[in-house]
Design a binder for this molecule. Sequence first.
Ligand code: NAP
Length: 325
Amino acid sequence: MESLIREKRFRSYPDGGIQVVYDLVIIGGGPAGLSAGIYAVRYGLNTLVLEKGFVSGQISTTGEVENYPGFTSISGMELMDKFSEHAKAAGVVVESRDVLDVRSEGELKVISTDSGDLETFSLIIATGASPRKLGVSGEDGFRGKGVSYCATCDGPFFKGKNVLVVGGGESAITDSLILSDLAASVCVVHRRDELRASKVLQDRAFAKPNIEFSWNTVLEEIIGDSVVREVILRNAISGETWTSPIDGIFIYVGVEPNTGFIDVEKDDYGFIVTDGKMATSKAGIFAAGDCRAGVLRQVITAASDGVIAAFEAYEYVSAMKHKGE
Ligand code: NAP
């Protein structure tokens, strides 16, 4: 494959200022963004990865990852450390910046960040998704005082205590298992009578003596003083409500995409719509990973998206640079 011109391109301004024009800027340093970065650097693209806080992604808050080939079992944090090390060794440059807005100026994309504008020929959005809120009374007020969205992060605070987990998906059951090794008891509150999580996780959770399930149950309200003390629960079928004392509540009711800053076509939930080449509705802007409308939200699918997006960005930039030759 033909390698792109490695030198950086520059844009001069009337006031004498000069700005680097990147071939590719990748927004997000999770599995999708770093995989895209590794491939983009190897294609010879002058690439920059922007990350809001530290490089990691949502997966770093996951306990054990058992479905990423090559690792029978590895913690989400450790897997991301390995992604990071690999990206660094490949020469991927990461800057910590908060992206505010993206606009097009001719063939360039201008990215406004909290520390100035950046210009690039192409862009990959790999900003992932964040835990969705349940939206019940007390959820916001008791966040960090008994309400959490991450057992890996906050589970140790509930050693020997009684906790509630809301949700029946992969995240809820993965984190219930983590919590069951720390807490005295874990009660999984699920709005239906069947879990969405994979069978292997279900079997493991059902076998744990200190995990119980409250089926067809919804969390109505979180009550406490300086910390959480109790919850009001409701049976979704009978409508019966009751109060239950509790020390901690872990909420896993899905995820919301971090896509508010970018104006491209999205689905009803805000996930970015792409074609099979990860191209969005705007030329030169690609999307990869959990922020993209797709069926699976796994580390491996995010990495795969990132690689496809990097290749397509390479093709796009290459065609642009050789236009008119
Ligand atoms: P999810 O699969 O969307 O599951 C959300 C759960 O919350 C469902 O059980 C849902 O109930 C319930 N729920 C949604 N809204 C609710 C509400 N308002 N009140 C009560 N319950 C509500 O979300 P997730 O578990 O966070 O997983 C997100 C994605 O990440 C999935 O694609 C998952 O496969 C992936 N993931 C991957 C890994 C891994 O690769 N190791 C680990 C974790 C997650 P219903 O079942 O009734 O809809």
